[in-house]
Design a binder for this molecule. Structure first.
Ligand code: FAD
Ligand code: A2P
Length: 271
């Protein structure tokens, strides 16, 4: 057990404690981990919860995290940034199997299938760790029951940052629940902006230039059949929201389903 470990505080003094079952470091700045699932936690794929570690003064350090595993999974998966000076992730990045973290069993969020009107094709548009809610939704059979096709666009600065999404997509055909149903129905567009890749450029640019339609051989987005979910930085969400609104898609919510929904992947500096 190292000094950064969540288990430095005895588990019995930690409310909502769950046990880490797996940790994988993708890059110096990104890792994913799995934890046991609180027995009381019911959530809809795409939602987020608060997770955290005990703080020095007895007050826990907690942050919002999208659940990356589907709602049927026995465990919970999270995909995380490592912020060097971050109150939570400077410590969370050191968790090991067997450690305990706090998981508050109160899921919320707008990236849920119920917040969209019925449609034929679902676009999942993510930058960075914004892919996490889509890792959940892609593995949920309900997504494939509701939509004929799903397009996943994931954009990061470097190719290495695309590895979590690529590994997820590569594993989908072997998924016991949805593997057989998705053949020919998933379109994947991973792009890097600061290195060469098969696909390059920002999602916003690839949508407005029409490059993504050419790359994947797809019809253009139309408000009658296309639905979208966005999860990225606030600038990304703002810019892509404007593009979708220009295509006559409207933003929806749990209380009023429409053609697209969005969620912040994180809250930027100074906000
Ligand atoms: P903080 O003090 O929270 O953040 C410091 C700075 O780091 C921020 O101001 C921002 O500039 C930057 N930053 C924080 N998070 C990110 C990020 N994910 N990507 C890029 N830059 C970032 N984070 C995840 O890693 N995975 C998730 O699934 C996730 N889901 C979220 C869902 C929601 C609805 C929201 C609002 C945030 C989510 N976040 C997620 C961000 C998360 O809540 C924390 O901000 C993050 O874990 C860093 O915590 P920290 O205390 O170390 O640093
Ligand atoms: P770029 O490299 O051109 O800034 P970040 O790490 O800053 O959150 O960015 C993650 C990815 O999202 C990067 O590839 C970045 O491209 C892209 N990005 C950042 N801001 C926007 C935006 N407003 N619209 C579209 N893509 C964006």
């Amino acid at each position: 057990m190292n000094i950064h470990s969540a288990a430095a505080v005895p588990a019995e003094t930690m409310p909502d404690a769950q046990t880490v079952t797996q940790v994988h470091h993708w890059t110096d700045g990104l890792f994913s981990f799995r934890v046991t699932r609180p027995r009381s936690l019911r959530f809809r794929s795409g939602e987020f919860v608060m997770i955290g570690l005990p703080g020095d003064n007895g007050k826990p350090v907690q942050r919002a995290y999208s659940i990356a595993s589907p709602s049927w999974d026995d465990e919970l998966e999270f995909y995380s940034i490592k912020v060097p000076e971050g109150a939570l992730t400077s410590r969370l990045q050191h968790i090991q199997t067997g450690d305990q973290i706090i998981v508050r069993p109160k899921p919320v969020g707008t990236l849920v299938l119920d917040a969209l009107l019925p449609g034929k094709r679902l676009w999942m548009l993510a930058t960075g760790t914004g892919i996490a809610p889509f890792a959940s939704l892609l593995r949920d059979p309900e997504t494939w029951e509701r939509y004929e096709e799903v397009v996943l666009m994931h954009c990061c600065r470097t190719n290495a940052e695309l590895a979590y999404g690529q590994t997820l997509v590569d594993a989908l055909p072997d998924d016991p629940l949805i593997g057989e149903q998705i053949a020919g129905r998933l379109y994947y567009h991973p792009s890097a902006t600061r290195e060469k890749n098969r696909f390059t450029g920002r999602i916003s640019d690839n949508l407005t230039s029409g490059r993504v339609y050419e790359d994947l051989g797809l019809a253009r987005i139309d408000p009658e059949h296309d639905r979208a979910m966005l999860c990225g930085s606030m600038d990304f969400n703002r810019d892509v929201k404007a593009i979708l609104e220009g295509l006559e898609l409207n933003e929806g919510a749990n209380s009023q389903p429409r053609e697209f929904v969005l969620e912040k992947a994180f809250v930027g500096e100074g906000v």
